[in-house]
Write a protein of this length. Sequence first.
Length: 85
Amino acid sequence: MWSIFIMPMVLEELTETANQPESFSFPKKKFGKKTVVERSCQPQWFKTWSWLHYNEAEDSVHCHLCLKALKFKHLTLALEVILHL
Ligand SMILES: [Zn+2]
């Protein structure tokens, strides 16, 4: 029951090591109302942060260590504790 923060697919499809594609075409998302800027995941981030995990289906970036901990129940989300999910 991670639905609000992390889609179950992200955990189900979690790879053993962080997914850090270098030649993937990262989709651009528009941010801002007055000044609209386009942002996307930047592959150079992977050189700085080895724990970054990119999920291609969700176009989302996560901490690989935290995802592993969630997947193997070493870590629970605060909402789970509050709602006893
Ligand atoms: Zn983490």
